[in-house]
Design a protein around this ligand. Structure first.
Ligand SMILES: Cc1cc2nc3c(=O)[nH]c(=O)nc-3n(C[C@H](O)[C@H](O)[C@H](O)COP(=O)(O)OP(=O)(O)OC[C@H]3O[C@@H](n4cnc5c(N)ncnc54)[C@H](O)[C@@H]3O)c2cc1C
Length: 565
Protein backbone atom coordinates (compact mmCIF):
# COMPACT_ATOMS: atom_id res chain seq x y z
CA UNK A 1 0.00 0.00 0.00
CA UNK A 2 1.33 3.42 -0.93
CA UNK A 3 0.18 6.36 1.16
CA UNK A 4 0.73 10.09 0.99
CA UNK A 5 -0.28 12.67 3.57
CA UNK A 6 -0.31 16.36 2.90
CA UNK A 7 -0.90 18.57 5.89
CA UNK A 8 -1.43 22.27 6.42
CA UNK A 9 -2.85 23.53 9.71
CA UNK A 10 -6.29 21.91 10.02
CA UNK A 11 -6.23 20.75 6.42
CA UNK A 12 -5.28 17.11 5.89
CA UNK A 13 -5.39 15.22 2.59
CA UNK A 14 -4.80 11.48 2.65
CA UNK A 15 -4.53 9.35 -0.43
CA UNK A 16 -3.81 5.65 -0.74
CA UNK A 17 -3.49 3.11 -3.49
CA UNK A 18 -4.55 -0.47 -3.11
CA UNK A 19 -5.67 -3.15 -5.57
CA UNK A 20 -5.92 -0.78 -8.50
CA UNK A 21 -8.04 1.70 -6.55
CA UNK A 22 -6.88 5.14 -5.47
CA UNK A 23 -8.90 6.78 -2.70
CA UNK A 24 -8.42 10.38 -1.70
CA UNK A 25 -9.82 11.76 1.57
CA UNK A 26 -9.86 15.41 2.58
CA UNK A 27 -10.27 16.57 6.18
CA UNK A 28 -10.75 20.32 6.33
CA UNK A 29 -12.13 22.51 9.09
CA UNK A 30 -13.35 19.34 10.85
CA UNK A 31 -15.31 18.11 7.83
CA UNK A 32 -14.40 14.83 6.17
CA UNK A 33 -15.10 14.08 2.56
CA UNK A 34 -14.04 11.52 0.02
CA UNK A 35 -12.72 13.40 -2.95
CA UNK A 36 -11.84 10.83 -5.58
CA UNK A 37 -12.00 7.15 -6.22
CA UNK A 38 -9.89 6.23 -9.24
CA UNK A 39 -9.56 2.78 -10.78
CA UNK A 40 -6.70 1.62 -12.91
CA UNK A 41 -7.97 -0.42 -15.84
CA UNK A 42 -5.02 -1.54 -17.92
CA UNK A 43 -3.14 1.66 -18.68
CA UNK A 44 -6.22 3.85 -18.16
CA UNK A 45 -7.41 5.54 -15.02
CA UNK A 46 -11.14 6.15 -14.46
CA UNK A 47 -11.75 8.84 -11.84
CA UNK A 48 -14.97 9.55 -10.04
CA UNK A 49 -15.46 12.45 -7.70
CA UNK A 50 -17.91 11.56 -4.99
CA UNK A 51 -20.15 13.40 -2.57
CA UNK A 52 -19.06 14.84 0.69
CA UNK A 53 -19.67 12.34 3.46
CA UNK A 54 -20.24 14.88 6.16
CA UNK A 55 -21.26 18.39 5.48
CA UNK A 56 -22.84 20.73 7.96
CA UNK A 57 -22.59 24.08 6.14
CA UNK A 58 -25.88 25.80 5.44
CA UNK A 59 -24.27 28.44 3.24
CA UNK A 60 -21.28 28.60 0.94
CA UNK A 61 -19.78 32.08 0.55
CA UNK A 62 -17.62 32.39 -2.56
CA UNK A 63 -15.00 35.13 -2.34
CA UNK A 64 -13.16 36.64 0.62
CA UNK A 65 -13.25 40.27 -0.47
CA UNK A 66 -14.99 42.84 1.76
CA UNK A 67 -18.50 41.64 0.80
CA UNK A 68 -17.82 37.96 1.50
CA UNK A 69 -15.94 38.67 4.72
CA UNK A 70 -18.68 40.90 6.15
CA UNK A 71 -21.34 38.36 5.15
CA UNK A 72 -19.28 35.75 7.02
CA UNK A 73 -18.93 37.94 10.12
CA UNK A 74 -22.66 38.68 10.25
CA UNK A 75 -23.60 35.01 9.79
CA UNK A 76 -21.11 33.99 12.47
CA UNK A 77 -22.67 36.45 14.91
CA UNK A 78 -26.13 35.12 14.07
CA UNK A 79 -25.02 31.53 14.68
CA UNK A 80 -25.33 30.17 11.13
CA UNK A 81 -22.93 27.49 9.88
CA UNK A 82 -21.19 28.34 6.62
CA UNK A 83 -18.01 27.93 4.62
CA UNK A 84 -16.12 30.76 2.95
CA UNK A 85 -13.84 29.86 0.05
CA UNK A 86 -11.38 32.06 -1.81
CA UNK A 87 -9.42 31.14 -4.90
CA UNK A 88 -6.45 33.38 -3.98
CA UNK A 89 -3.80 32.15 -1.58
CA UNK A 90 -4.32 34.97 0.93
CA UNK A 91 -5.87 38.37 1.57
CA UNK A 92 -5.70 41.10 -1.12
CA UNK A 93 -2.48 43.14 -1.11
CA UNK A 94 -3.70 46.23 -3.00
CA UNK A 95 -5.20 49.18 -1.12
CA UNK A 96 -8.00 49.68 -3.75
CA UNK A 97 -11.05 51.13 -1.93
CA UNK A 98 -10.02 53.62 0.70
CA UNK A 99 -13.18 55.45 1.77
CA UNK A 100 -15.24 53.78 4.50
CA UNK A 101 -18.59 55.48 4.90
CA UNK A 102 -20.54 56.19 8.07
CA UNK A 103 -23.30 53.64 7.37
CA UNK A 104 -20.68 50.88 7.20
CA UNK A 105 -19.12 52.06 10.47
CA UNK A 106 -22.61 51.88 12.01
CA UNK A 107 -22.85 48.23 10.89
CA UNK A 108 -19.35 47.59 12.28
CA UNK A 109 -20.49 49.08 15.56
CA UNK A 110 -23.26 46.46 15.64
CA UNK A 111 -20.55 43.84 15.06
CA UNK A 112 -18.37 45.36 17.78
CA UNK A 113 -15.29 46.70 15.97
CA UNK A 114 -16.10 50.16 14.56
CA UNK A 115 -13.69 51.89 16.94
CA UNK A 116 -10.78 49.75 15.75
CA UNK A 117 -11.48 50.76 12.15
CA UNK A 118 -11.81 54.45 13.06
CA UNK A 119 -8.61 54.39 15.12
CA UNK A 120 -6.73 52.68 12.27
CA UNK A 121 -7.92 55.17 9.63
CA UNK A 122 -7.67 58.85 8.85
CA UNK A 123 -10.63 61.22 9.08
CA UNK A 124 -10.91 63.35 5.97
CA UNK A 125 -11.19 66.99 6.99
CA UNK A 126 -11.12 69.05 3.76
CA UNK A 127 -11.23 68.79 -0.03
CA UNK A 128 -9.27 71.26 -2.15
CA UNK A 129 -9.97 71.90 -5.81
CA UNK A 130 -6.88 73.13 -7.67
CA UNK A 131 -5.85 74.28 -11.09
CA UNK A 132 -2.09 73.89 -11.25
CA UNK A 133 -0.78 75.30 -7.98
CA UNK A 134 -3.80 77.63 -7.57
CA UNK A 135 -6.56 76.64 -5.14
CA UNK A 136 -9.91 77.53 -6.61
CA UNK A 137 -12.14 76.08 -3.90
CA UNK A 138 -11.94 74.38 -0.52
CA UNK A 139 -14.71 72.23 0.88
CA UNK A 140 -14.70 71.76 4.64
CA UNK A 141 -15.95 68.26 5.54
CA UNK A 142 -14.74 67.75 9.08
CA UNK A 143 -17.67 66.46 11.10
CA UNK A 144 -20.17 67.45 8.40
CA UNK A 145 -22.58 64.76 9.53
CA UNK A 146 -22.76 66.05 13.13
CA UNK A 147 -26.01 64.95 14.82
CA UNK A 148 -26.74 62.56 11.94
CA UNK A 149 -24.42 59.69 12.83
CA UNK A 150 -22.00 58.64 15.54
CA UNK A 151 -19.47 58.65 12.65
CA UNK A 152 -20.05 62.09 11.10
CA UNK A 153 -17.01 61.98 8.78
CA UNK A 154 -15.48 60.18 5.78
CA UNK A 155 -12.75 57.76 6.83
CA UNK A 156 -9.72 56.76 4.79
CA UNK A 157 -8.87 53.11 5.54
CA UNK A 158 -7.18 51.13 2.77
CA UNK A 159 -8.84 47.94 1.57
CA UNK A 160 -5.87 45.65 2.25
CA UNK A 161 -5.71 46.72 5.91
CA UNK A 162 -9.50 46.55 6.07
CA UNK A 163 -9.63 42.97 4.74
CA UNK A 164 -6.91 41.85 7.15
CA UNK A 165 -8.91 43.21 10.08
CA UNK A 166 -12.08 41.43 8.90
CA UNK A 167 -10.13 38.17 8.58
CA UNK A 168 -8.71 38.62 12.11
CA UNK A 169 -12.25 39.10 13.41
CA UNK A 170 -13.33 35.88 11.71
CA UNK A 171 -10.36 33.96 13.11
CA UNK A 172 -11.23 35.31 16.56
CA UNK A 173 -14.60 33.52 16.34
CA UNK A 174 -12.97 30.34 15.06
CA UNK A 175 -13.60 30.68 11.34
CA UNK A 176 -10.91 30.23 8.71
CA UNK A 177 -11.21 31.32 5.11
CA UNK A 178 -10.49 28.29 2.85
CA UNK A 179 -7.77 29.83 0.68
CA UNK A 180 -6.75 28.39 -2.71
CA UNK A 181 -10.26 27.02 -3.08
CA UNK A 182 -12.23 27.93 -6.17
CA UNK A 183 -15.88 27.44 -7.00
CA UNK A 184 -15.89 25.83 -10.43
CA UNK A 185 -19.53 24.83 -10.85
CA UNK A 186 -22.90 24.72 -9.13
CA UNK A 187 -26.45 23.51 -9.66
CA UNK A 188 -29.55 24.48 -7.69
CA UNK A 189 -32.17 21.70 -7.53
CA UNK A 190 -34.64 23.85 -5.59
CA UNK A 191 -33.89 22.18 -2.27
CA UNK A 192 -30.10 22.35 -2.03
CA UNK A 193 -27.26 23.73 -4.11
CA UNK A 194 -24.67 21.26 -5.31
CA UNK A 195 -21.28 22.95 -5.60
CA UNK A 196 -18.02 21.82 -7.14
CA UNK A 197 -14.91 23.26 -5.51
CA UNK A 198 -11.32 22.88 -6.62
CA UNK A 199 -8.47 23.17 -4.15
CA UNK A 200 -4.89 22.58 -5.25
CA UNK A 201 -5.99 20.47 -8.18
CA UNK A 202 -8.39 18.33 -6.17
CA UNK A 203 -12.14 18.53 -6.74
CA UNK A 204 -14.79 18.28 -4.08
CA UNK A 205 -18.54 18.09 -4.62
CA UNK A 206 -20.61 19.28 -1.73
CA UNK A 207 -24.14 20.42 -0.94
CA UNK A 208 -25.25 23.58 0.81
CA UNK A 209 -28.60 25.20 1.48
CA UNK A 210 -27.67 28.52 -0.15
CA UNK A 211 -24.86 29.80 -2.33
CA UNK A 212 -23.68 33.42 -2.02
CA UNK A 213 -21.51 34.73 -4.84
CA UNK A 214 -19.35 37.50 -3.39
CA UNK A 215 -16.85 36.74 -6.11
CA UNK A 216 -16.22 40.14 -7.64
CA UNK A 217 -16.82 41.82 -10.96
CA UNK A 218 -16.04 38.69 -13.03
CA UNK A 219 -18.31 36.59 -10.82
CA UNK A 220 -18.42 32.88 -11.67
CA UNK A 221 -21.72 32.70 -9.80
CA UNK A 222 -23.32 35.51 -11.84
CA UNK A 223 -22.13 33.86 -15.04
CA UNK A 224 -23.37 30.46 -13.86
CA UNK A 225 -26.82 31.99 -13.39
CA UNK A 226 -26.64 33.40 -16.95
CA UNK A 227 -27.41 36.85 -15.64
CA UNK A 228 -26.74 39.80 -17.90
CA UNK A 229 -24.62 42.65 -16.52
CA UNK A 230 -25.94 45.68 -18.38
CA UNK A 231 -24.20 49.05 -18.29
CA UNK A 232 -21.13 50.45 -19.95
CA UNK A 233 -17.42 51.15 -19.82
CA UNK A 234 -15.79 54.58 -19.83
CA UNK A 235 -13.63 55.28 -22.85
CA UNK A 236 -10.76 56.66 -20.75
CA UNK A 237 -8.13 54.48 -19.17
CA UNK A 238 -7.39 55.34 -15.54
CA UNK A 239 -4.33 54.94 -13.37
CA UNK A 240 -4.09 54.40 -9.65
CA UNK A 241 -0.89 54.68 -7.63
CA UNK A 242 -0.10 54.51 -3.92
CA UNK A 243 2.97 56.68 -3.49
CA UNK A 244 5.18 58.36 -1.00
CA UNK A 245 5.54 61.94 -2.08
CA UNK A 246 6.31 65.44 -0.98
CA UNK A 247 4.74 68.65 -2.08
CA UNK A 248 1.05 67.76 -2.21
CA UNK A 249 -0.43 71.18 -1.58
CA UNK A 250 -2.14 70.29 1.68
CA UNK A 251 -0.91 67.08 3.24
CA UNK A 252 -3.60 64.98 4.85
CA UNK A 253 -6.50 66.47 2.84
CA UNK A 254 -8.17 65.35 -0.39
CA UNK A 255 -7.01 67.32 -3.43
CA UNK A 256 -8.60 67.34 -6.87
CA UNK A 257 -6.13 68.80 -9.33
CA UNK A 258 -7.71 69.85 -12.63
CA UNK A 259 -5.96 70.35 -15.95
CA UNK A 260 -7.29 70.73 -19.48
CA UNK A 261 -8.95 67.33 -20.17
CA UNK A 262 -7.09 65.93 -17.17
CA UNK A 263 -7.55 65.50 -13.47
CA UNK A 264 -5.67 63.88 -10.63
CA UNK A 265 -7.18 62.98 -7.29
CA UNK A 266 -4.73 63.02 -4.36
CA UNK A 267 -6.12 61.11 -1.41
CA UNK A 268 -4.21 60.51 1.83
CA UNK A 269 -3.89 56.94 3.06
CA UNK A 270 -2.36 55.24 6.07
CA UNK A 271 -0.29 58.23 7.16
CA UNK A 272 0.14 61.77 5.94
CA UNK A 273 3.30 60.58 4.18
CA UNK A 274 1.50 58.30 1.71
CA UNK A 275 -1.10 59.24 -0.89
CA UNK A 276 -3.34 57.59 -3.44
CA UNK A 277 -3.17 59.21 -6.87
CA UNK A 278 -6.01 58.54 -9.32
CA UNK A 279 -6.26 60.06 -12.78
CA UNK A 280 -6.65 59.54 -16.49
CA UNK A 281 -3.79 57.98 -18.46
CA UNK A 282 -2.73 60.59 -21.06
CA UNK A 283 -4.32 60.02 -24.49
CA UNK A 284 -1.03 59.22 -26.21
CA UNK A 285 -0.43 56.28 -23.80
CA UNK A 286 -4.04 55.12 -23.47
CA UNK A 287 -3.69 52.19 -25.91
CA UNK A 288 -0.22 51.08 -24.84
CA UNK A 289 0.19 47.81 -22.93
CA UNK A 290 2.16 47.75 -19.67
CA UNK A 291 2.18 51.46 -18.89
CA UNK A 292 4.40 52.06 -15.84
CA UNK A 293 4.40 54.91 -13.36
CA UNK A 294 7.62 56.20 -14.88
CA UNK A 295 5.79 56.60 -18.21
CA UNK A 296 3.40 59.08 -16.62
CA UNK A 297 5.60 60.43 -13.82
CA UNK A 298 6.27 63.86 -15.37
CA UNK A 299 2.60 64.32 -16.30
CA UNK A 300 1.35 63.34 -12.84
CA UNK A 301 3.92 65.33 -10.89
CA UNK A 302 3.11 68.47 -12.86
CA UNK A 303 -0.66 68.01 -12.65
CA UNK A 304 -0.74 67.20 -8.92
CA UNK A 305 2.16 69.41 -7.87
CA UNK A 306 3.98 66.53 -6.14
CA UNK A 307 7.41 64.90 -6.18
CA UNK A 308 7.03 61.12 -6.00
CA UNK A 309 9.82 59.30 -4.12
CA UNK A 310 8.45 55.77 -3.90
CA UNK A 311 5.67 53.90 -5.74
CA UNK A 312 4.14 51.17 -3.57
CA UNK A 313 1.43 50.11 -6.01
CA UNK A 314 0.55 51.11 -9.55
CA UNK A 315 -2.16 49.87 -11.85
CA UNK A 316 -4.15 51.03 -14.86
CA UNK A 317 -7.75 50.02 -15.48
CA UNK A 318 -10.97 50.76 -17.26
CA UNK A 319 -13.98 51.84 -15.24
CA UNK A 320 -17.37 50.20 -15.72
CA UNK A 321 -20.84 51.06 -14.56
CA UNK A 322 -23.03 47.98 -14.50
CA UNK A 323 -25.79 46.37 -12.41
CA UNK A 324 -26.72 42.69 -12.83
CA UNK A 325 -30.29 41.98 -13.97
CA UNK A 326 -31.01 39.94 -10.81
CA UNK A 327 -29.36 39.55 -7.39
CA UNK A 328 -31.11 36.27 -6.62
CA UNK A 329 -32.14 33.17 -8.52
CA UNK A 330 -33.64 30.46 -6.30
CA UNK A 331 -31.13 29.53 -3.63
CA UNK A 332 -28.30 31.47 -5.20
CA UNK A 333 -27.48 35.13 -4.41
CA UNK A 334 -24.90 37.59 -5.62
CA UNK A 335 -23.54 40.52 -3.60
CA UNK A 336 -20.93 43.26 -3.95
CA UNK A 337 -19.03 43.73 -7.20
CA UNK A 338 -20.59 40.50 -8.47
CA UNK A 339 -23.85 42.45 -8.70
CA UNK A 340 -22.77 46.04 -9.37
CA UNK A 341 -19.67 47.99 -10.37
CA UNK A 342 -19.28 51.76 -10.24
CA UNK A 343 -17.04 54.67 -10.98
CA UNK A 344 -14.82 55.51 -7.98
CA UNK A 345 -16.50 58.89 -7.38
CA UNK A 346 -17.68 59.21 -3.80
CA UNK A 347 -16.03 55.95 -2.72
CA UNK A 348 -19.28 53.97 -2.86
CA UNK A 349 -18.46 50.63 -4.54
CA UNK A 350 -17.01 48.61 -1.67
CA UNK A 351 -19.38 50.24 0.82
CA UNK A 352 -22.39 49.16 -1.24
CA UNK A 353 -21.11 45.58 -1.34
CA UNK A 354 -20.77 45.55 2.44
CA UNK A 355 -24.31 46.93 2.70
CA UNK A 356 -25.53 44.05 0.49
CA UNK A 357 -23.83 41.55 2.79
CA UNK A 358 -25.44 42.98 5.93
CA UNK A 359 -28.88 43.01 4.27
CA UNK A 360 -28.56 39.40 3.07
CA UNK A 361 -27.04 37.94 6.25
CA UNK A 362 -29.89 38.54 8.69
CA UNK A 363 -32.54 37.40 6.19
CA UNK A 364 -30.70 34.16 5.41
CA UNK A 365 -30.12 33.55 9.12
CA UNK A 366 -33.80 34.15 9.91
CA UNK A 367 -35.00 31.73 7.21
CA UNK A 368 -32.46 29.02 8.07
CA UNK A 369 -33.32 29.28 11.77
CA UNK A 370 -37.09 29.27 11.06
CA UNK A 371 -37.50 32.79 12.39
CA UNK A 372 -39.07 34.24 9.24
CA UNK A 373 -41.02 33.19 6.20
CA UNK A 374 -38.84 32.32 3.19
CA UNK A 375 -40.51 35.16 1.25
CA UNK A 376 -38.37 37.59 3.25
CA UNK A 377 -35.44 36.54 1.04
CA UNK A 378 -37.13 38.17 -1.98
CA UNK A 379 -36.67 41.54 -0.32
CA UNK A 380 -32.87 41.26 -0.54
CA UNK A 381 -32.94 41.74 -4.29
CA UNK A 382 -35.69 44.36 -4.37
CA UNK A 383 -34.03 46.46 -1.66
CA UNK A 384 -30.44 46.25 -2.85
CA UNK A 385 -30.86 46.29 -6.62
CA UNK A 386 -32.87 49.51 -6.40
CA UNK A 387 -30.09 51.19 -4.46
CA UNK A 388 -27.34 49.87 -6.77
CA UNK A 389 -29.23 51.20 -9.79
CA UNK A 390 -29.78 54.63 -8.25
CA UNK A 391 -26.13 54.77 -7.23
CA UNK A 392 -24.87 53.94 -10.69
CA UNK A 393 -27.15 56.65 -12.06
CA UNK A 394 -25.96 59.30 -9.56
CA UNK A 395 -22.24 58.55 -9.13
CA UNK A 396 -21.85 57.93 -12.80
CA UNK A 397 -23.54 61.17 -13.72
CA UNK A 398 -21.14 62.95 -11.37
CA UNK A 399 -18.19 61.04 -12.74
CA UNK A 400 -19.11 61.98 -16.30
CA UNK A 401 -19.16 65.63 -15.26
CA UNK A 402 -15.70 65.35 -13.79
CA UNK A 403 -14.00 63.47 -16.61
CA UNK A 404 -16.22 64.46 -19.56
CA UNK A 405 -15.47 66.94 -22.34
CA UNK A 406 -18.86 68.57 -23.09
CA UNK A 407 -20.39 71.89 -21.97
CA UNK A 408 -21.99 70.25 -18.92
CA UNK A 409 -18.62 68.94 -17.78
CA UNK A 410 -17.05 72.38 -18.36
CA UNK A 411 -19.81 74.05 -16.28
CA UNK A 412 -19.45 71.49 -13.52
CA UNK A 413 -15.68 71.84 -13.25
CA UNK A 414 -15.68 75.63 -13.50
CA UNK A 415 -18.87 76.66 -11.76
CA UNK A 416 -20.78 73.95 -9.86
CA UNK A 417 -17.78 72.42 -8.14
CA UNK A 418 -15.70 75.52 -7.31
CA UNK A 419 -18.58 77.98 -6.66
CA UNK A 420 -21.89 76.28 -5.84
CA UNK A 421 -20.65 73.34 -3.78
CA UNK A 422 -18.51 75.36 -1.31
CA UNK A 423 -21.44 77.75 -0.93
CA UNK A 424 -23.82 74.88 -0.18
CA UNK A 425 -21.42 73.47 2.41
CA UNK A 426 -21.41 76.79 4.29
CA UNK A 427 -25.01 76.10 5.34
CA UNK A 428 -25.92 73.41 7.81
CA UNK A 429 -28.64 72.04 5.49
CA UNK A 430 -26.14 71.86 2.61
CA UNK A 431 -23.61 69.99 4.75
CA UNK A 432 -26.29 67.57 5.89
CA UNK A 433 -27.44 66.93 2.32
CA UNK A 434 -23.87 66.20 1.22
CA UNK A 435 -23.27 63.91 4.19
CA UNK A 436 -26.50 61.99 3.61
CA UNK A 437 -25.53 61.48 -0.03
CA UNK A 438 -21.99 60.26 0.58
CA UNK A 439 -22.35 58.38 3.87
CA UNK A 440 -25.11 56.00 2.65
CA UNK A 441 -27.31 56.86 5.65
CA UNK A 442 -29.94 58.08 3.17
CA UNK A 443 -30.50 54.53 1.90
CA UNK A 444 -34.12 53.60 2.44
CA UNK A 445 -36.24 50.61 1.53
CA UNK A 446 -39.59 52.40 1.43
CA UNK A 447 -40.71 50.41 -1.62
CA UNK A 448 -39.90 47.06 0.01
CA UNK A 449 -42.60 44.54 0.89
CA UNK A 450 -41.07 44.61 4.38
CA UNK A 451 -41.78 48.31 4.90
CA UNK A 452 -45.02 49.68 6.28
CA UNK A 453 -46.40 52.91 7.72
CA UNK A 454 -45.17 56.38 8.55
CA UNK A 455 -44.78 58.15 11.90
CA UNK A 456 -43.44 61.70 11.97
CA UNK A 457 -41.12 61.95 9.00
CA UNK A 458 -39.94 58.38 9.34
CA UNK A 459 -41.34 55.84 6.89
CA UNK A 460 -41.18 52.09 7.09
CA UNK A 461 -37.92 51.26 5.25
CA UNK A 462 -35.92 54.29 6.47
CA UNK A 463 -32.73 53.88 8.46
CA UNK A 464 -33.60 54.52 12.09
CA UNK A 465 -32.37 58.06 12.85
CA UNK A 466 -29.41 58.15 15.20
CA UNK A 467 -29.79 60.02 18.47
CA UNK A 468 -26.63 60.56 20.46
CA UNK A 469 -25.40 63.03 22.97
CA UNK A 470 -26.50 63.59 26.53
CA UNK A 471 -29.81 61.78 26.24
CA UNK A 472 -28.01 58.49 25.47
CA UNK A 473 -27.45 56.67 22.24
CA UNK A 474 -30.34 54.82 20.62
CA UNK A 475 -27.98 52.72 18.42
CA UNK A 476 -26.38 50.99 21.38
CA UNK A 477 -29.27 48.52 21.58
CA UNK A 478 -28.87 47.66 17.88
CA UNK A 479 -25.82 45.61 18.88
CA UNK A 480 -28.13 42.63 19.43
CA UNK A 481 -28.68 42.42 15.63
CA UNK A 482 -32.23 41.45 16.50
CA UNK A 483 -35.76 42.75 16.00
CA UNK A 484 -36.83 45.38 18.53
CA UNK A 485 -39.50 48.00 19.13
CA UNK A 486 -38.52 51.61 19.85
CA UNK A 487 -40.83 54.14 21.46
CA UNK A 488 -39.68 57.73 21.86
CA UNK A 489 -41.92 58.75 24.73
CA UNK A 490 -44.27 56.41 26.60
CA UNK A 491 -45.14 52.86 25.52
CA UNK A 492 -48.76 51.80 26.07
CA UNK A 493 -49.59 48.64 28.01
CA UNK A 494 -50.98 46.83 24.92
CA UNK A 495 -47.76 47.51 23.02
CA UNK A 496 -45.65 46.27 25.92
CA UNK A 497 -47.76 43.12 26.15
CA UNK A 498 -47.51 42.27 22.49
CA UNK A 499 -43.75 42.84 22.45
CA UNK A 500 -43.38 40.72 25.58
CA UNK A 501 -45.54 37.94 24.08
CA UNK A 502 -43.25 37.80 21.09
CA UNK A 503 -40.14 38.25 23.25
CA UNK A 504 -39.22 41.27 21.16
CA UNK A 505 -37.30 43.78 23.29
CA UNK A 506 -39.13 47.12 23.65
CA UNK A 507 -36.88 50.11 24.26
CA UNK A 508 -38.25 53.43 25.51
CA UNK A 509 -36.30 56.64 24.96
CA UNK A 510 -36.87 60.07 26.41
CA UNK A 511 -38.80 62.32 24.06
CA UNK A 512 -36.72 65.45 23.43
CA UNK A 513 -35.83 68.13 20.89
CA UNK A 514 -33.23 65.89 19.23
CA UNK A 515 -35.84 63.18 18.62
CA UNK A 516 -38.19 65.77 17.11
CA UNK A 517 -35.40 67.22 14.95
CA UNK A 518 -34.57 63.72 13.71
CA UNK A 519 -38.13 63.37 12.40
CA UNK A 520 -39.37 60.87 14.99
CA UNK A 521 -42.88 61.16 16.37
CA UNK A 522 -43.67 61.32 20.08
CA UNK A 523 -45.10 58.06 21.48
CA UNK A 524 -45.06 56.36 18.08
CA UNK A 525 -43.86 52.76 17.85
CA UNK A 526 -41.08 51.82 15.44
CA UNK A 527 -40.43 48.15 14.77
CA UNK A 528 -36.72 48.03 13.94
CA UNK A 529 -35.10 45.30 11.81
CA UNK A 530 -31.83 43.58 12.76
CA UNK A 531 -29.96 45.89 10.35
CA UNK A 532 -31.28 49.09 11.98
CA UNK A 533 -33.90 49.95 9.34
CA UNK A 534 -37.46 50.66 10.42
CA UNK A 535 -39.86 47.95 9.24
CA UNK A 536 -43.11 49.29 10.66
CA UNK A 537 -43.68 52.92 11.70
CA UNK A 538 -46.88 53.34 13.64
CA UNK A 539 -47.87 56.70 15.10
CA UNK A 540 -50.78 55.19 17.07
CA UNK A 541 -48.95 52.31 18.75
CA UNK A 542 -51.59 49.97 17.40
CA UNK A 543 -50.76 46.56 18.89
CA UNK A 544 -52.85 44.79 16.21
CA UNK A 545 -50.77 46.34 13.42
CA UNK A 546 -47.61 44.99 15.02
CA UNK A 547 -49.20 41.58 15.52
CA UNK A 548 -50.34 41.47 11.87
CA UNK A 549 -46.94 42.55 10.60
CA UNK A 550 -45.09 39.89 12.60
CA UNK A 551 -47.59 37.23 11.48
CA UNK A 552 -47.35 38.24 7.80
CA UNK A 553 -43.63 37.39 7.68
CA UNK A 554 -43.73 34.82 10.55
CA UNK A 555 -41.12 36.92 12.30
CA UNK A 556 -39.59 35.69 15.52
CA UNK A 557 -36.85 37.49 17.41
CA UNK A 558 -33.61 35.64 18.06
CA UNK A 559 -34.36 36.10 21.74
CA UNK A 560 -37.54 34.02 21.21
CA UNK A 561 -35.76 31.13 19.54
CA UNK A 562 -32.97 31.18 22.14
CA UNK A 563 -35.36 30.99 25.06
CA UNK A 564 -37.55 28.32 23.45
CA UNK A 565 -34.61 25.97 22.99
C1 LIG B 1 -7.91 49.98 -8.62
C2 LIG B 1 -9.16 49.98 -7.83
C3 LIG B 1 -9.49 51.07 -7.04
C4 LIG B 1 -10.69 51.08 -6.34
N1 LIG B 1 -11.01 52.16 -5.56
C5 LIG B 1 -12.18 52.17 -4.87
C6 LIG B 1 -12.53 53.25 -4.00
O1 LIG B 1 -11.79 54.21 -3.86
N2 LIG B 1 -13.71 53.17 -3.31
C7 LIG B 1 -14.55 52.08 -3.42
O2 LIG B 1 -15.59 52.03 -2.74
N3 LIG B 1 -14.24 51.06 -4.23
C8 LIG B 1 -13.08 51.08 -4.95
N4 LIG B 1 -12.76 50.02 -5.73
C9 LIG B 1 -13.71 48.93 -5.83
C10 LIG B 1 -13.57 47.99 -4.64
O3 LIG B 1 -12.26 47.52 -4.57
C11 LIG B 1 -14.57 46.89 -4.83
O4 LIG B 1 -15.86 47.47 -4.88
C12 LIG B 1 -14.52 45.85 -3.71
O5 LIG B 1 -13.31 45.18 -3.67
C13 LIG B 1 -15.66 44.85 -3.92
O6 LIG B 1 -15.60 43.89 -2.92
P1 LIG B 1 -16.19 42.45 -3.19
O7 LIG B 1 -15.93 41.69 -1.96
O8 LIG B 1 -17.58 42.56 -3.69
O9 LIG B 1 -15.34 41.86 -4.42
P2 LIG B 1 -13.78 41.63 -4.53
O10 LIG B 1 -13.02 42.52 -3.62
O11 LIG B 1 -13.46 41.66 -5.98
O12 LIG B 1 -13.60 40.14 -3.98
C14 LIG B 1 -14.02 39.02 -4.71
C15 LIG B 1 -13.17 37.84 -4.28
O13 LIG B 1 -13.71 36.65 -4.86
C16 LIG B 1 -12.64 35.83 -5.26
N5 LIG B 1 -13.15 34.91 -6.28
C17 LIG B 1 -13.53 35.21 -7.54
N6 LIG B 1 -13.99 34.13 -8.17
C18 LIG B 1 -13.89 33.10 -7.30
C19 LIG B 1 -14.22 31.71 -7.38
N7 LIG B 1 -14.77 31.18 -8.48
N8 LIG B 1 -13.98 30.94 -6.30
C20 LIG B 1 -13.43 31.47 -5.16
N9 LIG B 1 -13.12 32.77 -5.05
C21 LIG B 1 -13.35 33.59 -6.09
C22 LIG B 1 -11.59 36.80 -5.76
O14 LIG B 1 -10.29 36.22 -5.75
C23 LIG B 1 -11.74 37.94 -4.78
O15 LIG B 1 -10.86 37.83 -3.69
C24 LIG B 1 -11.57 49.99 -6.45
C25 LIG B 1 -11.23 48.89 -7.23
C26 LIG B 1 -10.04 48.87 -7.92
C27 LIG B 1 -9.71 47.68 -8.78
Amino acid sequence: MQRAIQERQEDVKIGWFERNVIVCIHISNSRICILHISTLVGKHCATMTVEALLNDAEILIVGAGPSGLVLALCLAKLGVTFRIVEKSSGPGQASRAIAVQARILEFYRQLGFADEVVNGGLKMERLHLRKGSREIAALQFGDFGKNLSAFPFVLSYPQDVHEKLLIEKLVAVGIEVEWNTELVDFADDGKRVRVTLRSQGVEEISEVGFLCGCDGAHSRVRQGLNLTFPGGTYEQRFFVADVEETGAPVQGDINICMGVDAFCLVFPIRSVKQDRLIGIVPKELADRENVTFDDIRAYVEKLAGVKVHKVNWFSTYHIHHRVAERFRVGRVFIAGDAGHVHSPVGGQGMNTGIGDAVNLAWKLAAVIQSRADASILDTYESERIAFARSLVATTDRLFQEIVGRGLGAYMFRNFVFPVLLPLALKFSSGRKTQFRLISQIRINYRQSALSEGIAGEIHGGDRLPWLGGLAGDNFEVLNSNDWQVHVYGEAQAAMRDIAANHEIPLHMFTWNAAARAAGLSKDAAYLVRPDGHVALADSKQDADSLERFLARFKIKARATSRSSK
